[in-house]
Design a binder for this molecule. Sequence first.
Ligand SMILES: Cc1cc2nc3c(=O)[nH]c(=O)nc-3n(C[C@H](O)[C@H](O)[C@H](O)COP(=O)(O)OP(=O)(O)OC[C@H]3O[C@@H](n4cnc5c(N)ncnc54)[C@H](O)[C@@H]3O)c2cc1C
Length: 500
Amino acid sequence: FPYPEISKEELEELNQLVQPVEKFFNEDVDSKKIDHEAVIPPETLNGLKELGLFGIQVPEEYGGLGLSNTMYARLGEITSLDGAIAVTLAAHQAIGLKGILIAGNDAQKAKYLPKLATGEHIAAFCLTEPGSGSDAASIQTRATLTEDGKHFLLNGSKFWISNGGWADIMTVFARTEVVDKDGQKKDKITAFIVERAFGGVTSGKPEDKLGIRGSNTCEITFEDTKVPIENVIGEVGGGFKVAMNILNNGRFSMGSAGAGMIKRLIELTSEYAGTRKQFNRSLSDFGMIQDKFATMALNAFVMESMAYLTAGMMDRPGVPDCSLEAAMVKVFSSEGSWICVSEALQVLGGLGFTKNYPYERYLRDCRILQIFEGTNEILRMYIALTGMQYAGKILTGKIKYTIVDEQLVLKKVADVLINLYAMTAVLSRTSRSISIGLRNHDHENIILCIWCNETCLCGLKLKKHIIFHILYIIVSPLCPAFLKRVEPAKLMLRGSAGPN
Ligand SMILES: Cc1cc2nc3c(=O)[nH]c(=O)nc-3n(C[C@H](O)[C@H](O)[C@H](O)COP(=O)(O)OP(=O)(O)OC[C@H]3O[C@@H](n4cnc5c(N)ncnc54)[C@H](O)[C@@H]3O)c2cc1C
C-alpha cells in the first residue's frame, strides 16, 4: 500500500481551486443564518455554482471541472464547513447525477450533464421509500412499459430525498417486469433519469430536521410520470447494481469532509482554551483539555489518511472496486466526527451549549453522517461479510450456524477490519513522509504511534504481536525507513509500538 502521490500539475490546479473556495466559505457563507432559516439563500447557491462546485467530477467536455476523486476529497474538506451546503452538493453530484456519469450512455451524458455541471439543473437521488430504507431491494415504486413500448409509467413515493423540493433531474429506482432467460416474468429494479418536466411529479413540504437544516429534504410522489425508454440507466433490471455502485462510489469523501470540519474546530477551540482561565490557569494547561485536542488531531489525521488512500486507489486506471474501503472510511469518519465535535463543545463548557457558538450546530449537523449513505449498522454488516467472503467459501459446510445472523460477532469483525485499514492508511502515509523527509514527519510519527498503540490495540483487544505481524506484512514492501526503526521481534519483546 504505497501512499498515493498526486502529480505536480494536479497539485497546482488544486491549489488554484482551493483558494477561492476557501475565501467564499470564510467570507460569504452565513452558516448560522442558513441553519436558523433552514434554507440556503439563492446568492450563496449562485456563488457555489460560479465556483464550479456543482460539477466537480463532471468531465470537462460536459462543462464540469473534471476533477479526480483525490481532488474532490480535498474540496470536500472545505465544503464540509457548512453541513447543509455539503449535503446539497453531495446529493446533486455524489449521488444525484453519479448514475449518469458511471452508467449512463453517451446520449444521456450529452443531454443531461452540461446543465447539471453548471448547476442550472439540480439533481437528486431517489431510492428510499416510506416502507423501504436500509432494505433498499424492497422498494415498491413501479415502472410499467406502455403498450407502444416507448415509455415507462412511473408510480410511487420516495421519502427523505435531499434536494427533493427543487431537483429538475432525478435518478429514480423502480420495480419493472423483466422476462429472464428461461422465459419467466420477474420483478427487478431499474434506474431511470426522470425530469420534473415529464409531469406527475409532486414534492412534499421540506422536513423539519435536527441538523443540516438548510438542506432540502422532501417526499416526492410520481403519478403516471411518463419516462421515455431512452432514459433507462444501464439495462432494464440492472438498477440495483447501479444504485449500489453510486452509493459505494461516494462514501470515501466523508473522511476528508470530517477531517476538514475537525481541523476548523481545533482552530476555533484552541483560541478559547488558550485564553479562558479557571483556577488561575488557562484551560489549555489542563491534561484533560489537552487530551481532547489530541483526540481531535488523531481523528483528523486518521480520517484524512484513510480518505486520501482510498481516493488515490479509486483514481487508478481501470476503476478499481474500493467499495469496502469506502465503507470503512464512512463508518470511521462519521463516528469520529461525532466524538470530536462533542469534545470540542466540551472545551467551551456552558458556552459550547449555546447558539452563540457554532458547536451545537456542528453537533446537530454531523449526526446525520451515521444514518444516510448506508447506516453504520448496515455498513458494518457489509464490511464484515465482504471481508469474510474468502474465508466463507472455505468454511461453507464446516460450520453449523448462519454467519449473517451473528450480528454481534460481525460487528466485532467489522471493527477489527476498520481499525486495521485505519492503521494501514496511517502507516502508509507516515512511512512516506519519513521516507521523503516531509516537514512535520516526526509529528506524524507520534500520531502513528499513539494511534496504533493506544487507540487501535485497545479497541481491537487482540494480542499485540498479532497486530505487529500484520503491520509488518503491510508495511515491509514499502517502507525501509519504518523497518529500520521497527523490527517485529523487538516489538514483540517490548510490547510497544514506539519506534524510538
Ligand atoms: C437528512 C436525510 C437525507 C437523506 N437523503 C436521501 C436521498 O437523497 N436519497 C435517498 O434515497 N435516501 C435519502 N435518505 C434516506 C436514508 O438513506 C435512510 O434514512 C437510511 O438508508 C436508513 O433508512 P431508514 O431511515 O428507513 O431506517 P431503517 O432502515 O428503518 O433503520 C432503522 C435502524 O435500524 C437499523 N437496521 C435496519 N436494518 C438492520 C439490520 N438488518 N441489522 C441491524 N440493524 C438494522 C438501521 O441501521 C437503523 O439504525 C436520507 C435520510 C435523511 C435522514
